[in-house]
Design a protein around this ligand. Sequence first.
Ligand SMILES: Cc1cc2nc3c(=O)[nH]c(=O)nc-3n(C[C@H](O)[C@H](O)[C@H](O)COP(=O)(O)OP(=O)(O)OC[C@H]3O[C@@H](n4cnc5c(N)ncnc54)[C@H](O)[C@@H]3O)c2cc1C
Length: 415
Amino acid sequence: MKILILGAGVVGVSSAWYLAKAGHEVTVIDRQPAAGLETSFANGGQISVSHAEPWSNPHAPLRALSWMGREDAPLLFRLRWDPALFDWSWRFLRECTSARTRENIRDIVALALYSRNQLQTLRADTAIEYDQLERGILHVYTDPKEFSAAVEASKVLREFGCDRRTVSADECVAIEPALKAARPLLVGGDYTREDESGDARCFTQKLAALCGTSGVSFRYETCVEKLMATDGRISGVSVKTSSVSETLVADAYVVALGSYSPLLMRSLGINLPVYPAKGYSATIPLSESSVAPTVAMTDDGHKLVFSRLGQRLRIAGTAEFNGYNTELNSVRCQALMHRTKHLFPELNPAGEPEFWCGLRPSTPSNVPYIGRSRISNLYLNTGHGTLGWTMACGSGAALSDIIGGRKPEIRLRCL
Ligand SMILES: Cc1cc2nc3c(=O)[nH]c(=O)nc-3n(C[C@H](O)[C@H](O)[C@H](O)COP(=O)(O)OP(=O)(O)OC[C@H]3O[C@@H](n4cnc5c(N)ncnc54)[C@H](O)[C@@H]3O)c2cc1C
Protein backbone atom coordinates (compact mmCIF):
# COMPACT_ATOMS: atom_id res chain seq x y z
CA MET A 1 0.00 0.00 0.00
CA LYS A 2 1.17 3.58 -0.70
CA ILE A 3 1.10 5.52 2.58
CA LEU A 4 1.66 9.23 3.27
CA ILE A 5 2.69 10.09 6.82
CA LEU A 6 2.12 13.73 7.75
CA GLY A 7 4.71 14.78 10.35
CA ALA A 8 8.31 13.71 10.99
CA GLY A 9 8.40 13.97 14.77
CA VAL A 10 9.26 10.92 16.88
CA VAL A 11 5.73 9.55 16.33
CA GLY A 12 5.66 10.02 12.53
CA VAL A 13 9.16 8.59 12.04
CA SER A 14 8.43 5.57 14.29
CA SER A 15 5.24 4.96 12.29
CA ALA A 16 7.28 5.11 9.06
CA TRP A 17 9.74 2.53 10.44
CA TYR A 18 7.09 -0.08 11.31
CA LEU A 19 5.01 0.56 8.18
CA ALA A 20 8.08 0.20 5.93
CA LYS A 21 9.05 -2.99 7.77
CA ALA A 22 5.57 -4.34 7.02
CA GLY A 23 6.26 -3.82 3.30
CA HIS A 24 4.40 -0.57 2.57
CA GLU A 25 5.63 2.20 0.29
CA VAL A 26 5.99 5.10 2.72
CA THR A 27 6.55 8.85 2.23
CA VAL A 28 6.89 11.25 5.19
CA ILE A 29 6.09 14.97 4.81
CA ASP A 30 7.31 17.70 7.17
CA ARG A 31 7.55 21.48 7.00
CA GLN A 32 10.93 21.49 8.77
CA PRO A 33 14.30 20.85 7.05
CA ALA A 34 14.86 17.61 9.04
CA ALA A 35 13.08 15.17 11.35
CA GLY A 36 12.46 15.83 15.05
CA LEU A 37 12.75 19.61 15.01
CA GLU A 38 9.52 20.54 16.81
CA THR A 39 8.19 18.96 20.04
CA SER A 40 10.54 15.95 19.75
CA PHE A 41 13.55 18.31 19.71
CA ALA A 42 14.64 18.71 23.36
CA ASN A 43 12.12 16.95 25.58
CA GLY A 44 12.76 15.39 28.99
CA GLY A 45 14.36 12.29 27.46
CA GLN A 46 12.53 9.80 29.67
CA ILE A 47 11.12 6.46 28.58
CA SER A 48 8.86 6.51 31.57
CA VAL A 49 6.13 3.94 32.03
CA SER A 50 6.32 5.10 35.66
CA HIS A 51 4.96 8.51 34.60
CA ALA A 52 1.61 7.07 33.55
CA GLU A 53 -0.58 9.05 35.95
CA PRO A 54 -2.25 11.68 33.73
CA TRP A 55 -2.49 15.39 34.58
CA SER A 56 -6.25 14.87 34.68
CA ASN A 57 -6.66 13.21 38.06
CA PRO A 58 -8.78 13.94 41.15
CA HIS A 59 -6.13 16.31 42.62
CA ALA A 60 -5.64 18.34 39.40
CA PRO A 61 -8.51 20.91 39.53
CA LEU A 62 -7.63 22.24 43.00
CA ARG A 63 -3.91 22.18 42.29
CA ALA A 64 -4.34 24.09 39.00
CA LEU A 65 -6.57 26.67 40.76
CA SER A 66 -4.01 27.21 43.51
CA TRP A 67 -1.29 27.84 40.90
CA MET A 68 -3.45 30.24 38.82
CA GLY A 69 -1.66 33.50 37.96
CA ARG A 70 1.74 32.36 39.31
CA GLU A 71 4.27 32.98 36.54
CA ASP A 72 6.48 30.06 37.65
CA ALA A 73 3.58 27.61 38.28
CA PRO A 74 4.25 23.98 37.22
CA LEU A 75 0.78 23.83 35.61
CA LEU A 76 -0.51 27.19 34.32
CA PHE A 77 -3.82 27.92 32.57
CA ARG A 78 -3.62 31.40 31.02
CA LEU A 79 -7.11 32.88 30.83
CA ARG A 80 -7.78 33.87 27.23
CA TRP A 81 -10.66 33.80 24.76
CA ASP A 82 -10.09 30.45 23.03
CA PRO A 83 -13.07 28.17 22.32
CA ALA A 84 -10.70 25.22 21.67
CA LEU A 85 -9.21 25.68 25.15
CA PHE A 86 -12.67 25.92 26.78
CA ASP A 87 -13.81 22.76 25.03
CA TRP A 88 -10.57 20.96 25.95
CA SER A 89 -10.69 22.14 29.60
CA TRP A 90 -14.27 20.92 30.00
CA ARG A 91 -13.29 17.49 28.65
CA PHE A 92 -10.18 17.55 30.91
CA LEU A 93 -12.37 18.15 33.99
CA ARG A 94 -14.55 15.18 33.03
CA GLU A 95 -11.41 12.97 33.03
CA CYS A 96 -10.55 13.98 36.61
CA THR A 97 -12.84 11.49 38.41
CA SER A 98 -11.19 8.51 40.18
CA ALA A 99 -12.85 6.02 37.83
CA ARG A 100 -11.73 7.81 34.64
CA THR A 101 -8.22 8.32 36.01
CA ARG A 102 -7.91 4.61 36.77
CA GLU A 103 -9.09 3.63 33.29
CA ASN A 104 -6.70 6.14 31.67
CA ILE A 105 -3.76 4.87 33.76
CA ARG A 106 -4.55 1.31 32.67
CA ASP A 107 -4.45 2.23 28.96
CA ILE A 108 -1.39 4.47 29.30
CA VAL A 109 0.59 1.79 31.19
CA ALA A 110 -0.35 -0.86 28.62
CA LEU A 111 0.77 1.27 25.67
CA ALA A 112 3.90 2.55 27.44
CA LEU A 113 5.00 -0.97 28.48
CA TYR A 114 4.42 -2.30 24.98
CA SER A 115 6.31 0.67 23.56
CA ARG A 116 9.31 0.25 25.87
CA ASN A 117 9.57 -3.38 24.72
CA GLN A 118 9.32 -2.32 21.06
CA LEU A 119 12.08 0.25 21.60
CA GLN A 120 14.32 -2.39 23.19
CA THR A 121 13.74 -4.74 20.25
CA LEU A 122 14.38 -1.97 17.73
CA ARG A 123 17.62 -1.12 19.55
CA ALA A 124 18.74 -4.74 19.51
CA ASP A 125 17.88 -5.05 15.79
CA THR A 126 19.53 -1.84 14.60
CA ALA A 127 22.22 -0.98 17.23
CA ILE A 128 20.85 2.62 17.15
CA GLU A 129 22.54 4.90 19.73
CA TYR A 130 21.07 8.09 21.17
CA ASP A 131 22.80 8.70 24.56
CA GLN A 132 20.52 6.05 26.02
CA LEU A 133 20.82 4.89 29.62
CA GLU A 134 19.07 1.89 31.12
CA ARG A 135 19.40 2.85 34.77
CA GLY A 136 15.73 3.20 35.66
CA ILE A 137 13.76 6.28 36.72
CA LEU A 138 13.71 7.58 40.27
CA HIS A 139 10.85 9.86 41.40
CA VAL A 140 11.70 11.97 44.45
CA TYR A 141 9.28 13.77 46.76
CA THR A 142 9.91 16.72 49.06
CA ASP A 143 6.32 17.10 50.28
CA PRO A 144 4.88 14.41 52.63
CA LYS A 145 1.37 14.77 51.13
CA GLU A 146 2.69 14.31 47.56
CA PHE A 147 4.66 11.30 48.74
CA SER A 148 1.70 9.54 50.35
CA ALA A 149 -0.40 10.18 47.20
CA ALA A 150 2.46 8.66 45.18
CA VAL A 151 2.54 5.55 47.36
CA GLU A 152 -1.14 5.00 46.46
CA ALA A 153 -0.50 5.74 42.76
CA SER A 154 2.36 3.21 42.73
CA LYS A 155 -0.05 0.50 43.94
CA VAL A 156 -2.32 1.20 40.96
CA LEU A 157 0.64 1.21 38.55
CA ARG A 158 1.89 -2.13 39.91
CA GLU A 159 -1.59 -3.59 39.52
CA PHE A 160 -1.39 -2.72 35.80
CA GLY A 161 2.12 -4.13 35.36
CA CYS A 162 4.50 -1.20 35.96
CA ASP A 163 6.96 -2.20 38.67
CA ARG A 164 7.20 1.19 40.44
CA ARG A 165 8.58 0.47 43.94
CA THR A 166 8.31 2.86 46.87
CA VAL A 167 11.71 3.67 48.41
CA SER A 168 12.89 5.65 51.45
CA ALA A 169 14.78 8.96 51.25
CA ASP A 170 18.03 7.14 52.11
CA GLU A 171 17.38 4.61 49.36
CA CYS A 172 16.90 7.52 46.89
CA VAL A 173 20.45 8.70 47.70
CA ALA A 174 21.78 5.15 47.43
CA ILE A 175 20.19 4.81 43.96
CA GLU A 176 21.42 8.27 42.85
CA PRO A 177 24.39 9.48 44.93
CA ALA A 178 24.28 12.94 43.26
CA LEU A 179 21.25 13.57 45.54
CA LYS A 180 23.43 13.49 48.67
CA ALA A 181 23.40 17.28 49.21
CA ALA A 182 19.59 17.30 48.77
CA ARG A 183 19.02 14.51 51.31
CA PRO A 184 17.53 16.86 53.99
CA LEU A 185 14.82 17.93 51.50
CA LEU A 186 13.68 14.42 50.59
CA VAL A 187 10.78 12.59 52.23
CA GLY A 188 10.83 9.51 49.97
CA GLY A 189 10.69 8.27 46.43
CA ASP A 190 9.83 5.49 44.06
CA TYR A 191 12.02 3.67 41.58
CA THR A 192 11.20 1.89 38.33
CA ARG A 193 14.24 -0.16 37.39
CA GLU A 194 13.03 -1.03 33.88
CA ASP A 195 12.49 2.57 32.72
CA GLU A 196 15.10 4.28 30.55
CA SER A 197 16.25 7.60 29.13
CA GLY A 198 17.80 8.95 25.93
CA ASP A 199 17.84 11.81 23.46
CA ALA A 200 14.57 11.77 21.49
CA ARG A 201 15.79 14.10 18.72
CA CYS A 202 18.93 12.04 18.14
CA PHE A 203 16.79 8.86 18.07
CA THR A 204 14.27 10.41 15.64
CA GLN A 205 16.95 11.63 13.23
CA LYS A 206 18.91 8.36 13.31
CA LEU A 207 15.73 6.34 12.85
CA ALA A 208 14.78 8.61 9.92
CA ALA A 209 18.17 7.78 8.36
CA LEU A 210 17.53 4.05 8.90
CA CYS A 211 14.05 4.47 7.37
CA GLY A 212 15.74 6.08 4.36
CA THR A 213 17.91 3.00 3.85
CA SER A 214 14.74 0.86 4.12
CA GLY A 215 13.11 2.73 1.22
CA VAL A 216 11.11 5.46 3.03
CA SER A 217 11.07 8.84 1.20
CA PHE A 218 11.18 12.08 3.17
CA ARG A 219 9.92 15.37 1.80
CA TYR A 220 11.11 18.18 4.05
CA GLU A 221 10.34 21.90 3.90
CA THR A 222 6.92 20.87 2.63
CA CYS A 223 3.91 22.32 4.40
CA VAL A 224 0.69 20.32 4.53
CA GLU A 225 -2.11 22.77 3.77
CA LYS A 226 -5.27 20.71 3.41
CA LEU A 227 -6.64 17.18 3.39
CA MET A 228 -9.21 16.74 0.63
CA ALA A 229 -12.12 14.33 1.07
CA THR A 230 -14.45 12.86 -1.56
CA ASP A 231 -17.11 10.19 -0.94
CA GLY A 232 -15.93 9.44 2.62
CA ARG A 233 -12.29 8.98 1.60
CA ILE A 234 -9.25 11.22 1.48
CA SER A 235 -8.56 11.89 -2.18
CA GLY A 236 -5.30 13.81 -1.71
CA VAL A 237 -3.24 16.19 0.38
CA SER A 238 -2.46 19.65 -0.82
CA VAL A 239 1.11 20.65 0.07
CA LYS A 240 3.28 23.70 -0.55
CA THR A 241 7.03 24.22 -0.74
CA SER A 242 8.75 27.59 -1.20
CA SER A 243 8.37 27.23 -4.96
CA VAL A 244 5.41 24.92 -5.77
CA SER A 245 1.96 23.82 -4.62
CA GLU A 246 0.84 20.31 -5.50
CA THR A 247 -1.52 17.52 -4.52
CA LEU A 248 -0.06 14.25 -3.24
CA VAL A 249 -2.08 11.06 -3.53
CA ALA A 250 -1.80 7.76 -1.64
CA ASP A 251 -3.90 4.78 -0.57
CA ALA A 252 -3.77 5.73 3.11
CA TYR A 253 -2.84 8.85 5.10
CA VAL A 254 -1.50 9.08 8.66
CA VAL A 255 -1.87 12.29 10.67
CA ALA A 256 1.13 12.57 13.03
CA LEU A 257 1.34 16.35 13.20
CA GLY A 258 1.58 16.62 16.99
CA SER A 259 -0.19 19.71 18.36
CA TYR A 260 -1.05 20.86 14.83
CA SER A 261 -3.13 17.76 14.04
CA PRO A 262 -6.54 19.27 14.99
CA LEU A 263 -6.02 22.28 12.71
CA LEU A 264 -6.02 20.06 9.61
CA MET A 265 -8.86 17.87 10.83
CA ARG A 266 -11.19 20.84 11.29
CA SER A 267 -11.83 21.30 7.54
CA LEU A 268 -12.98 17.63 7.45
CA GLY A 269 -15.57 18.40 10.14
CA ILE A 270 -13.64 16.37 12.76
CA ASN A 271 -13.13 17.93 16.19
CA LEU A 272 -9.91 16.40 17.49
CA PRO A 273 -9.51 17.36 21.17
CA VAL A 274 -5.74 17.87 21.12
CA TYR A 275 -4.46 21.11 22.67
CA PRO A 276 -0.86 22.40 22.87
CA ALA A 277 0.61 22.27 26.39
CA LYS A 278 3.78 24.30 26.33
CA GLY A 279 6.73 22.89 28.25
CA TYR A 280 10.28 24.06 28.80
CA SER A 281 13.67 22.44 28.92
CA ALA A 282 17.22 23.47 29.77
CA THR A 283 20.24 21.51 28.56
CA ILE A 284 23.34 22.07 30.64
CA PRO A 285 26.84 21.05 29.51
CA LEU A 286 28.61 19.30 32.38
CA SER A 287 32.24 19.66 33.51
CA GLU A 288 34.60 17.00 34.89
CA SER A 289 33.79 18.19 38.43
CA SER A 290 29.98 18.18 37.98
CA VAL A 291 28.00 16.27 40.57
CA ALA A 292 25.00 15.43 38.36
CA PRO A 293 22.59 12.49 38.22
CA THR A 294 23.08 9.58 35.84
CA VAL A 295 19.84 7.86 36.89
CA ALA A 296 16.89 9.62 35.20
CA MET A 297 14.84 11.45 37.82
CA THR A 298 11.49 13.14 38.34
CA ASP A 299 10.87 15.83 40.93
CA ASP A 300 7.14 15.31 41.20
CA GLY A 301 6.19 18.38 43.25
CA HIS A 302 7.78 20.72 40.70
CA LYS A 303 6.74 18.60 37.67
CA LEU A 304 10.36 18.45 36.48
CA VAL A 305 12.34 15.60 34.96
CA PHE A 306 16.13 15.20 34.76
CA SER A 307 17.93 13.04 32.20
CA ARG A 308 21.63 12.54 31.72
CA LEU A 309 22.48 12.68 28.00
CA GLY A 310 26.21 11.95 27.76
CA GLN A 311 28.04 15.02 29.15
CA ARG A 312 24.81 17.04 29.29
CA LEU A 313 22.01 17.25 31.82
CA ARG A 314 18.51 17.86 30.45
CA ILE A 315 15.93 19.34 32.79
CA ALA A 316 12.39 19.60 31.45
CA GLY A 317 8.84 20.09 32.50
CA THR A 318 6.06 22.45 33.52
CA ALA A 319 2.96 23.02 31.42
CA GLU A 320 1.33 26.18 30.22
CA PHE A 321 -1.96 26.33 28.30
CA ASN A 322 -1.51 29.39 26.11
CA GLY A 323 -2.38 28.39 22.55
CA TYR A 324 0.37 27.97 19.96
CA ASN A 325 2.67 30.53 21.57
CA THR A 326 6.32 29.33 21.47
CA GLU A 327 8.06 32.33 23.03
CA LEU A 328 10.52 31.57 25.82
CA ASN A 329 9.43 33.09 29.12
CA SER A 330 12.53 33.90 31.18
CA VAL A 331 10.74 33.42 34.54
CA ARG A 332 9.82 29.85 33.57
CA CYS A 333 13.34 29.17 32.23
CA GLN A 334 14.90 30.41 35.47
CA ALA A 335 12.43 28.32 37.53
CA LEU A 336 14.04 25.19 35.99
CA MET A 337 17.54 26.41 36.87
CA HIS A 338 16.56 27.47 40.36
CA ARG A 339 15.18 24.07 41.28
CA THR A 340 18.14 22.27 39.65
CA LYS A 341 20.65 24.28 41.72
CA HIS A 342 18.59 23.54 44.82
CA LEU A 343 18.72 19.77 44.25
CA PHE A 344 22.27 19.63 42.82
CA PRO A 345 24.29 22.46 44.39
CA GLU A 346 27.56 21.03 43.04
CA LEU A 347 26.45 20.89 39.43
CA ASN A 348 29.45 23.03 38.25
CA PRO A 349 28.27 23.40 34.63
CA ALA A 350 30.81 23.68 31.81
CA GLY A 351 28.81 26.42 30.08
CA GLU A 352 25.51 28.24 29.78
CA PRO A 353 22.21 26.29 29.63
CA GLU A 354 20.36 26.05 26.33
CA PHE A 355 16.70 26.83 26.86
CA TRP A 356 13.94 25.49 24.64
CA CYS A 357 10.16 25.15 24.68
CA GLY A 358 7.83 22.81 22.84
CA LEU A 359 4.10 22.13 22.52
CA ARG A 360 2.97 18.77 23.87
CA PRO A 361 0.03 17.48 21.82
CA SER A 362 -2.25 16.88 24.79
CA THR A 363 -5.54 15.05 24.95
CA PRO A 364 -7.82 15.59 27.98
CA SER A 365 -7.05 12.05 29.23
CA ASN A 366 -3.39 11.88 28.09
CA VAL A 367 -4.35 8.76 26.11
CA PRO A 368 -3.38 9.30 22.44
CA TYR A 369 -5.57 8.73 19.40
CA ILE A 370 -4.20 5.80 17.38
CA GLY A 371 -6.15 4.10 14.62
CA ARG A 372 -8.59 4.64 11.79
CA SER A 373 -10.64 7.84 11.87
CA ARG A 374 -14.22 7.97 10.63
CA ILE A 375 -12.79 8.62 7.16
CA SER A 376 -11.90 5.16 5.93
CA ASN A 377 -8.36 5.76 4.60
CA LEU A 378 -7.35 8.38 7.19
CA TYR A 379 -5.46 7.19 10.27
CA LEU A 380 -4.46 9.07 13.40
CA ASN A 381 -1.29 8.72 15.47
CA THR A 382 -1.38 11.81 17.61
CA GLY A 383 -2.12 13.32 21.02
CA HIS A 384 0.73 11.69 22.95
CA GLY A 385 1.01 14.62 25.40
CA THR A 386 3.59 14.12 28.14
CA LEU A 387 4.64 10.66 26.90
CA GLY A 388 5.23 10.86 23.15
CA TRP A 389 8.82 9.64 23.36
CA THR A 390 7.83 6.82 25.71
CA MET A 391 4.94 5.71 23.50
CA ALA A 392 6.37 6.37 20.01
CA CYS A 393 7.63 2.91 19.06
CA GLY A 394 4.56 1.12 20.43
CA SER A 395 2.24 3.60 18.70
CA GLY A 396 4.03 3.09 15.37
CA ALA A 397 4.00 -0.69 15.70
CA ALA A 398 0.31 -0.78 16.71
CA LEU A 399 -0.70 1.56 13.89
CA SER A 400 1.14 -0.62 11.41
CA ASP A 401 -0.85 -3.61 12.71
CA ILE A 402 -4.13 -1.73 12.26
CA ILE A 403 -3.32 -0.55 8.72
CA GLY A 404 -2.16 -4.08 7.85
CA GLY A 405 -5.44 -5.56 9.11
CA ARG A 406 -3.84 -7.27 12.14
CA LYS A 407 -5.18 -6.97 15.68
CA PRO A 408 -2.85 -4.78 17.77
CA GLU A 409 -1.45 -6.37 20.94
CA ILE A 410 -2.90 -3.62 23.13
CA ARG A 411 -6.17 -1.72 23.51
CA LEU A 412 -6.12 1.61 21.69
CA ARG A 413 -8.43 4.59 21.47
CA CYS A 414 -9.41 6.56 18.42
CA LEU A 415 -12.18 9.06 17.62
C1 LIG B 1 9.17 20.07 27.92
C2 LIG B 1 8.76 18.70 27.42
C3 LIG B 1 9.25 17.57 28.04
C4 LIG B 1 8.86 16.30 27.60
N1 LIG B 1 9.41 15.19 28.18
C5 LIG B 1 9.07 13.96 27.74
C6 LIG B 1 9.67 12.81 28.31
O1 LIG B 1 10.55 12.89 29.17
N2 LIG B 1 9.25 11.59 27.89
C7 LIG B 1 8.27 11.47 26.93
O2 LIG B 1 7.90 10.33 26.63
N3 LIG B 1 7.72 12.54 26.34
C8 LIG B 1 8.09 13.79 26.72
N4 LIG B 1 7.53 14.90 26.15
C9 LIG B 1 6.47 14.72 25.14
C10 LIG B 1 7.03 14.41 23.76
O3 LIG B 1 8.12 15.25 23.46
C11 LIG B 1 5.92 14.61 22.71
O4 LIG B 1 4.77 13.90 23.10
C12 LIG B 1 6.39 14.11 21.35
O5 LIG B 1 7.57 14.79 20.96
C13 LIG B 1 5.31 14.34 20.30
O6 LIG B 1 5.81 13.84 19.10
P1 LIG B 1 5.01 14.04 17.75
O7 LIG B 1 5.78 13.35 16.70
O8 LIG B 1 3.58 13.69 17.97
O9 LIG B 1 5.03 15.63 17.53
P2 LIG B 1 6.19 16.56 16.92
O10 LIG B 1 7.52 16.12 17.36
O11 LIG B 1 5.80 17.97 17.19
O12 LIG B 1 6.08 16.24 15.37
C14 LIG B 1 5.06 16.78 14.55
C15 LIG B 1 5.69 17.16 13.24
O13 LIG B 1 4.67 17.69 12.38
C16 LIG B 1 5.22 18.74 11.64
N5 LIG B 1 4.12 19.61 11.20
C17 LIG B 1 3.17 20.21 11.94
N6 LIG B 1 2.31 20.87 11.16
C18 LIG B 1 2.72 20.67 9.89
C19 LIG B 1 2.20 21.07 8.62
N7 LIG B 1 1.09 21.80 8.48
N8 LIG B 1 2.87 20.67 7.50
C20 LIG B 1 4.00 19.90 7.59
N9 LIG B 1 4.51 19.50 8.76
C21 LIG B 1 3.86 19.88 9.90
C22 LIG B 1 6.20 19.42 12.57
O14 LIG B 1 7.21 20.11 11.86
C23 LIG B 1 6.73 18.27 13.39
O15 LIG B 1 7.98 17.80 12.90
C24 LIG B 1 7.93 16.17 26.54
C25 LIG B 1 7.45 17.33 25.90
C26 LIG B 1 7.87 18.58 26.31
C27 LIG B 1 7.38 19.81 25.60
